[in-house]
Design a protein around this ligand. Structure first.
Ligand SMILES: *[C@@H]1O[C@H](CO)[C@@H](O)[C@H](O)[C@H]1NC(C)=O
Length: 187
């Protein structure tokens, strides 16, 4: 089995457990940074802001105005970095990754398992059993999104995690999410 296949499996487990397991987790996270950018506002425009969500926890609202046609040349890739202390020079890449692949393949393989569950209650992102082009050109709205993970692998170390996700088409969409993971108990 090649490395890409294995690491995708790990990423899936990692995020999928976070989303779907009902087990009680013993850690919490804090958004430190949430920065979506677009290389061309005329093709894809994005805006986000922090707001106080439930229990005063920060939540994210905003929109993505998707104005270009996705096709088979539109690519995507996701990487995750980890640092123990959050200092910029100490982040190192984890094997949890989605290698560069076509956005269509990504929608087929990962969308419903990895991305959609985080946003189903706070956005108008599309859901589907099997992706059939086209990807809708529309304005995707996010209203106080704060994905609530309910579990994680026991070995998940406290520290700083950075997710970098790119969607590369006529405009490149880039998002950098920094979170700090802290234990909430001594379990
Ligand atoms: C992109 O969004 C910003 C912020 O909402 C807005 O000021 C700007 O006019 C938008 N640009 C285009 C090309 O729609």
């Amino acid at each position: 089995m090649n490395f890409a296949v294995i690491s995708c499996g790990i990423l899936l487990c990692f995020l999928y457990l976070c989303v779907k397991s009902n087990a009680k987790r013993n850690w919490d996270y804090e958004f430190l940074n949430f920065k979506p950018t677009s290389s061309d506002e005329n093709l894809l425009n994005v805006s986000s802001r922090f707001e106080n969500g439930e229990l005063g926890k920060p939540a994210i609202s905003g929109y993505i105005d998707w104005k270009y046609d996705v096709d088979e040349n539109t690519m995507t890739e996701m990487k995750i970095y980890y640092s123990q202390n959050g200092r910029e020079s100490t982040y190192s890449e984890l094997p949890y990754t989605i290698p560069k692949m076509s956005y269509y393949d990504f929608l087929d393989q990962y969308w419903m398992k990895l991305i959609y569950p985080f946003f189903e209650d706070c956005s108008n992102l599309p859901s589907f059993d099997k992706f059939v082009p086209k990807w809708p050109k529309t304005t995707y709205l996010f209203d106080k999104c704060r994905p609530e993970p309910t579990s994680a692998p026991e070995t998940m170390p406290r520290g700083y995690y950075r997710v970098v996700w790119n969607i590369i088409g006529p405009a490149t969409f880039n998002i950098i999410i920094d979170v700090k993971l802290t234990p909430t108990g001594f379990i």
